[in-house]
Every structure is written in C-alpha cells, then in structure tokens.
Design a protein around this ligand. Sequence first.
Ligand SMILES: C[S@@+](CC[C@H](N)C(=O)[O-])C[C@H]1O[C@@H](n2cnc3c(N)ncnc32)[C@H](O)[C@@H]1O
Length: 200
Amino acid sequence: MQLDYTLDAAYWQQRYATGQTAWDTGAVTPPLRDYFAQLGPPDARRILIPGVGRGYEAEYLHYAGWSNVFVADVAAAPLHDLQQRVPDFPLGHLLQQDFFQLPVSLPYDMLVEQTFFCALDPDLRPAYAQHCAELLRPGGTLVGLLFATTFSQPGPPFGGSREEYHAYFQPYFNFVHFDTAFNSIPPRQGRELFICLRRK
Ligand SMILES: C[S@@+](CC[C@H](N)C(=O)[O-])C[C@H]1O[C@@H](n2cnc3c(N)ncnc32)[C@H](O)[C@@H]1O
C-alpha cells in the first residue's frame, strides 16, 4: 500500500498535540484486564508494551505489582502522560524508541498488543510479526487485540482479516487464541480478535 503521508514520530506527536487520539480508551480494556487478572500473582516476567500510547495497561500492571513492565513509543507526549499519572513507574522502563529498533539482546516473556499493529503502515505487518518473535524468548507470549474489520476512512487505523493476520504470525508462533473477543469495549464489539500466541 502506497501511503501519501509518513507515520513517523512527528506524525504521532502531532496527533497527541492536537488531541486526535480517538483510539485512547482512558482505561485498561476488559480483554486485557481479564487476561492479566488470570495470570496469578505478579512475578519477575519481563513484559513489553510497544506503541503503548498513554499506557493504561502498563499502569494496571504496575499497580497490580508487576515490576518488569517496559513500554515503548516513538512519541514523547504519551510517555510523559504515563509518567505524570504513575510517578513511580521506573523511568528506565519508559522507552522512547521505534519498535523496529528495539534491541533483542534481553528477551521479553510477554508482549502486549493493542491498537499498535493497526497504526502501522500495513506494509510493515510481516516485519512486525518477525520483530515480535525476535523480542520474545522461545515460549514467550504475544497477547492482545487486533482489529478484524475494515475502516471506511483512510488509516490509521488500518483494518484487515483474521486470515491475513494468521499468515504473518504462523511462521513464528503457535496459536493459543485467535478468535473474536467476547469482552471488547462496545465500539469494538465483534470487530477485534483476542490473540494469544506462543513463540515457537
Ligand atoms: C493508535 S495509537 C495506540 C496507543 C495505545 N496502544 C492505545 O491503545 O491507546 C499508536 C501508538 O503507536 C505509536 N507508534 C507508532 N509507530 C511506532 C513505532 N514504529 N514504534 C513505537 N511506537 C509507535 C504512536 O506514537 C501511538 O502512540
């Protein structure tokens, strides 16, 4: 897909600066909250949330006692917002970096996806799946939500189908869940997949 605009840090920073953040739910979403809640007591697992935005999932995990939560975003504004809301979130865990440049030297146990995949240029989807796999240890988990719908406006968000997405992840992951979420927020009801994939 040839986009006539660039989805770079300046683009995203501008979206935050002008308040064009319709994706922002203002709170942890039920599918992720319920998934996190069933993980059991917090432990030392390294969890990364890329394209985190204002990071309500990170806030939830932090206050639930998970101490190795890392967040990454190309835009400074949402990371600053998270830092203001959660002053004791470790500064070193706030990564203002391009997801595709995140180093793979210290693997993560879990990656959390929510409205980041759909925000990327669709041409980057195979690279997204590959880099998620590179960032995870074998057996590590990619959990989250993917829009399985089409959007009438030019993206982001960019839509797609379950079949399309399956092809990206299949080379690297075993599929635990890859089905329509039953507990989406109302505007996303029936339009997003809950995915839970294990790194091969
Ligand atoms: C649609 S927003 C979603 C934010 C958040 N996940 C949420 O659900 O509220 C997409 C986010 O990804 C960030 N982003 C876009 N491209 C990125 C990249 N290559 N690396 C890291 N973050 C990126 C944007 O700055 C933005 O905060």
